[in-house]
Design a protein around this ligand. Structure first.
Ligand code: GEK
Length: 243
């Protein structure tokens, strides 16, 4: 995707406000996420492959917190199941509007419904695949359990949840190292120290990471029979949870 360069935090911002998924962010999002999330492209293509394997006939695949729909499009081009459709949800109007426009240029037989809605209010029914690709981390901690319970209940037996998250670590040295390596990744992709530190302030209390153990325990608590990391690049990981 050819996307304008993210320079949102390139100049000093007097007081850095809380990060929002507004029009400015939506306009540079593909560039921002590529240069900020190690392994993002690999995860997007694997989501397509996993959907190809897990999508069932007459079922629904959900992309929760879809942004510009990268995971949806990846799934759309791999699913071969009959009468399977994708429901993509995001509560940022700017993201949803841009995704709907992009979708008009994309041809594939799988129907896609894009909704501007809070994922906490979406009904999950008859799901064979649910994707939370770097979305749960933005949901207030107190709502995470109920959201995962709802997803588990809405999944068909044998269904899959793909949960990608920024992780934190209990061990202090590990936390420090992984954070520094993430910043090194961003620097290597052209972000300045100022951009990295201002973005970090903007995400404080907005993106709240948990440890892998916290995720795994919660996934087991809601009923998933197993939850394992299938991909990790520094403090960014993707988990497969199986019903
Ligand atoms: C991708 N999955 O490219 N309801 C709906 N959407 C929400 C909510 C909510 N309560 N909270 C946050 N969002 C995408 C990338 S980005 C990750 C996901 C990132 C949305 C928010 O508007 C944003 O579009 C998305 O979750 C998170 O595969 O920017 O690090």
């Amino acid at each position: 995707m050819n996307s304008p360069t993210d320079s949102i935090y390139a100049s000093p911002v007097g007081e850095v406000g809380a990060f929002k998924f507004d029009e400015t962010v939506a306009g540079v999002f593909p560039d921002m996420i590529q240069r900020s999330v190690p392994g993002y492209s690999a995860i997007i293509s694997a989501i397509g492959l996993l959907a190809g394997r897990f999508a069932r006939d007459h079922s629904v695949c959900y992309d929760l917190g879809c942004s510009l729909g990268a995971a949806t499009l990846s799934m759309r081009h791999q699913i071969e199941a009959e009468h399977c459709r994708i429901v993509a949800v995001d509560n940022s109007e700017a993201m949803v509007t841009r995704f709907q426009q992009a979708l008009q240029q994309d041809q594939a037989p799988i129907a896609v419904e894009v909704r501007c809605q809070d994922i906490l209010e979406v009904n999950i029914e008859h799901a064979s695949v649910v994707v939370l690709n770097f979305t749960l981390q933005f949901i207030p901690l107190e709502h995470r359990l109920a959201l995962l319970q709802k997803i588990y209940r809405g999944l068909l037996p044998g269904g899959i949840l793909i949960l990608s998250e920024k992780l934190k670590f209990d061990d202090e040295r590990q936390q420090e190292l992984q954070t520094q390596m993430h910043h090194a990744f961003k620097k290597a992709h052209g972000y300045s120290e100022l951009e990295i530190s201002q973005k970090r302030s903007a995400l404080e209390n907005v993106l709240v990471p948990e440890t892998f153990t916290q995720h795994q325990n919660r996934l087991r608590q809601v009923g998933f029979s197993s939850a394992e990391v299938w991909f990790q690049y520094f403090n960014f990981a993707s988990i497969i949870a199986l019903k």
